[in-house]
Design a protein around this ligand. Structure first.
Ligand code: UT7
Length: 328
């Protein structure tokens, strides 16, 4: 009996129109285009309009997926949203999206894994397809980082942007789609990249409401060290486990946090740099949004059967890698 695999059968992305360039940031904090470009590779990022929430991104993403696949909202069984910037603390943005889209047969939930959110969500969606209980799952990775960034903190505001994407997962009997995945986490890393205030540990009060703890804090150097080591390692691990050489791999879709981390990962994999998907210069770090945004942008270049490695590292710490065969 052939094993049912979970294949990506459509992809769509969304970024807001508003551009925040390095030159714009030069007027806001003590930084410059040269520093940002050489340290990160970022030239500009997109920023949501006031009132534009994660579910608004999600609706655009879902509409694009349904249109491409020629299916209706009622066809969707499940929506999983990897994000740390939901419309509310609760209910989940998956609930909001399914309501706004009229996905009356779908259930869903949000998943918090920072920059690894899309990969974690993809791994969960994969299992629901493989076990045969669900036929059409939309997996979204997206973030409205501008809602939790301090635009007076040059250590973080230069890095992050808003946007995301999603994929449709469906069963494949041809052996295409997700072949393997490795997910990791280490909560000891939480102090180096977090939003301190607003959870049950430190709820927002009158006293702390104005403090910087409500924004993203990152100790960049420490996160960088862990990211370089772990993202590269997990990508190499998934290659080894599947007997893949660099020649077997058509594309690497790496989390877009820093061009130097991406280069280090590709070097460890022995991968020619022409095989790396990179759009960090345009969108910055969209947290859970980076990998589906890459797949969306590269969709036209991908061929059926292409071996693709996805790899991410982010707050938590969380990290992981997925090996898939492109299905269309
Ligand atoms: O996606 C989730 C995971 N996140 C990541 O993977 C991000 C990992 N970290 C990074 O990408 C890098 O650490 C950063 C891009 C955030 C920072 O780059 P860095 O090379 O680690 O810089 P640094 O923080 O060590 O700062 C170096 C210098 C410092 O000045 P001194 O002490 O050498 O005089 C900073 O104060 O650069 C200064 N600096 C800046 N200068 C101009 C820090 N931020 C800026 C800035 N503009 N925006």
């Amino acid at each position: 009996m052939t094993k049912t695999t979970a294949a990506i059968t459509a992809v769509h992305g969304y970024v807001p129109d508003r551009v925040l360039s390095n030159q714009d940031l030069e007027k806001m904090v003590d930084t410059n285009d040269e520093w940002i470009t050489t340290r990160t590779g970022i030239k500009e990022r997109r920023i949501a309009e006031k009132g534009q929430a994660l579910s608004d991104f999600g609706v655009e993403i879902c509409k694009g997926i349904l249109k491409k696949r020629g299916i209706t909202p009622e066809d969707i069984d499940m929506v999983i949203v990897g994000s740390i910037t939901g419309d509310y603390r609760f209910p989940s943005t998956a609930n909001v999206i399914t309501d706004k889209m009229g996905m009356t047969n779908a259930w869903g939930f949000d998943l918090s894994a920072a920059c690894s959110g899309f990969l974690y969500a993809l791994d969960i969606g994969k299992n629901y397809i493989e076990n045969g209980t669900h036929k059409k799952i939309i997996v979204i990775g997206a973030d409205v980082m501008s809602s939790i960034i301090n635009y007076k903190d040059r250590a973080t505001c230069i890095i992050f942007g808003d946007g995301g994407g999603g994929v449709l997962l469906e069963p494949s009997e041809d052996g295409l789609g997700i072949q393997d995945s490795i997910m990791r986490s280490d909560g000891a890393g939480r102090e180096f990249l977090l939003q301190q205030i607003g959870g049950s540990l430190e709820p927002i009060t009158k006293e702390n409401a104005e403090s910087d703890g409500q924004y993203v804090y990152q100790e960049g150097k420490t996160v960088f060290k862990h990211a370089v080591k772990n993202m590269a390692q997990v990508a190499v691990d998934i290659m080894d486990r599947n007997n893949l050489t660099a020649d077997d791999i058509a594309w690497l879709a790496p989390h877009q946090a820093n061009l130097r981390i991406i280069d280090a990962t590709a070097n460890r994999m022995g991968l020619d740099h022409s095989k790396i998907m990179i759009n960090i210069e345009k969108f910055g770090n969209t947290t859970a949004g980076t990998i589906p945004l890459l797949l969306w942008e590269w969709e036209d270049k991908l061929k059926k059967g292409d071996n693709i490695i996805l790899a991410a590292f982010g707050g938590g710490f969380t990290w992981g890698s997925v090996y898939l065969k492109w299905a269309y």
